[in-house]
Design a protein around this ligand. Structure first.
Ligand code: COA
Length: 206
């Protein structure tokens, strides 16, 4: 079967994914989720406005947030460091983001992201995604990032558009959540798009 030749070896993937926690931005730190994040995660996952266009249902109790973290810890134990806490310098979780799926053979991944509503519209998720994308193209040898946004989810579309992603179209009734089929906009960013963008020029002029 064909395989993108620059993709990392499967046995190197756990250490590679783990190394993302060394990445920092001016305002943000990234690390694996921890059980002690349960209160901060619950603040996000119990908020109907955050859940509105996401597939997960609003958390009704803190134990649901703890179970969510435990599921992530189980995946970390298998070397799958795919979901990350987004923290400020004090190490407190204010959001979470990461990889929904990764196909190393095709060098493609899908990303997802959510932030505590108290921190919206300060450019924080754009800052986090810029770091993850740069790391993904450089270290994971990704060729194509994807993200899906429910058609009414304007802020998430705006985030991707201002980072230079392209909307490839609408996937009609692609998913079912919160009692209805949802039309999803499919966005992508190719490595060549990124290399031609100001973000790449900026990183390489440092
Ligand atoms: C999507 C989300 C993560 C964005 O995080 P954020 O840190 O606020 O994003 P940013 O500040 O980097 O950018 C948000 C942009 O959307 C714009 N925006 C926000 N609400 C908007 C609205 N109702 N109409 C138009 N633009 C809007 C902001 O002005 C900003 O654009 P600008 O920088 O050009 O002014 C956050 O809104 C969130 O957690 N939403 C709920 C979870 C979710 O839907 N996740 C995405 C699943 S695909």
């Amino acid at each position: 079967m064909s395989q993108f030749p620059s993709s990392p070896n499967y046995e190197d993937i756990p250490e590679l994914l783990k190394s993302f926690s060394k990445v920092q931005t001016e305002r943000l730190r990234f690390r694996p989720l921890e059980i002690s994040d349960q209160q901060n995660l619950f603040a996000i996952m119990s908020d109907p406005e955050v859940s509105k266009y996401n597939r997960w249902d609003v958390h009704q109790s803190i134990s649901q947030s703890e179970e969510y973290i435990q599921a992530a810890l189980d995946l970390y134990a298998q070397g799958q460091y795919l979901e990350w806490a987004v923290c400020q310098a004090d190490n407190q979780l204010i959001g979470f983001f990461g990889i929904v799926w990764w196909m190393p053979d095709y060098a493609s991944v899908e990303l997802g992201f959510s932030l505590n509503r108290a921190y919206w519209n300060r450019g924080l998720i754009s800052e986090a995604l810029t770091a993850l994308i740069h790391w993904g193209f450089s270290e994971m040898k990704i060729n194509r990032f994807e993200a899906q946004c429910e058609i009414n989810n304007v802020p998430s579309q705006r985030v991707l558009e201002k980072l230079g992603w392209s909307c490839e179209g609408t996937l009609r009734e692609r998913v079912y959540f919160k009692e209805s089929f949802r039309n999803m906009k499919l966005y992508s960013l190719l490595k060549t798009d990124y290399q031609n963008s100001d973000f790449w020029q900026l990183q390489h002029s440092l």
